[in-house]
Design a protein around this ligand. Sequence first.
Ligand code: KDG
Ligand code: MG
Length: 402
Amino acid sequence: MKIVDAKVVVCSPGRNFATLKVITDEGAHGLGDATLNGRELAVASYLTDHVIPLLLGRDPSRIEDLWHELHKGAYWRGGPVTMSAIGAVDLALWDLKGKALDTPVHNLLGGAARRGVTVYGHANGTDVDAALDAARGYLDLGYEAVRLQCGVPGLDRTYGVGRGDLYYEPAQEGMPLQETWSTDAYLRMVPELFAAARDQLGWEVRLLHDVHHRLTPIEAARLGKSLEDYGLTWLEDAVPAELQEGFRLVRQHTTTPLAVGEVFNRITDCHTLITEQLIDYIRVTPAHIGGLTPLLRVAHLAELYHVRTGCHGPTDLSPVNLAASAHFGLAVHNFGLQEYMRHTPETDAVFPHAYTFADGMLHPGDAPGLGVDLDEDAAAAHPYRPAYLPVNRKLDGTVHSW
Ligand code: KDG
Ligand code: MG
């Protein structure tokens, strides 16, 4: 089998997605998710101008060899654009291998290790009551775990608070929105949210919270301590993790479980976090870590150190990435929990898929490969529209992590 053609399709069925399609001489095609929120065209160019020419004529079954060639062969290693491009190729090759062998990708990864992939939904609202109402909505849909986010008194908007329904989209068309931030107001709000949640929702539901990289280690330590009585499943991205050692301080002070990794793109971004047991869940995702090939390596390292997986699964990655996470989560031994935000009906129409949700779990389905297709005619009806994530500033105007 040989690769005879490949292309990148960029479309915007409600939000932007970049998808790599790799075609073989036997007429099969594999899909990879090349979406990098707000930088979609950079990954598309990396693939079209620099990677696709290298793929033509190559044997798509040699996934490991092609991965290392793309990673080491460019000399310039790592970074979100490069690794998203390599990730798209890797996913497309796993998809093709499954189709060639007429088996779902989870079977290639060792086979099902559980009944399904337990997921968490995003419950949020402008205030505590609205967030808890949203959480009840998820429980009614069968979710066992919900992430709770709510507005911060005194701030117009904050991370994680959407439009009040099941669909959340922080990227806005046009130039980035400016949001404001107060650490003090936030640190007062979060314990109140979780006290009310345990009071009103009880203890059966698993609860999570995303700090979205906004605290220093000592602030995160204080937040973690203040949440201990509410038994969170995880506190996510408590501090920016470029400095992996920063998690030592957080860990020394709190038993609240810690999760991190959605912006990581190499195993070296998390090796200290894992080997020093500074975290409980590693949240790297197939598309951004460079595909299923390196994701398996991260998971196997993590397993040695009692760290479980919790792949990032936002709606700003396409159903191709979600399917890859579902196959991985079904098969990998140290799976923890999967984020599942639900794509909009427009997105699902462009990406028909075999995965299904029932009883709080995703199942990747048994279609050969990843089990996701791309309806190119439907995609063509939704052309790319520039859109960016917001920029965040403290009340005095200083730029802060969003
Ligand atoms: O593009 C940025 C989003 O993927 C991110 O804000 C979502 O933090 C996120 C999450 O946990 O889903
Ligand atoms: Mg997050």
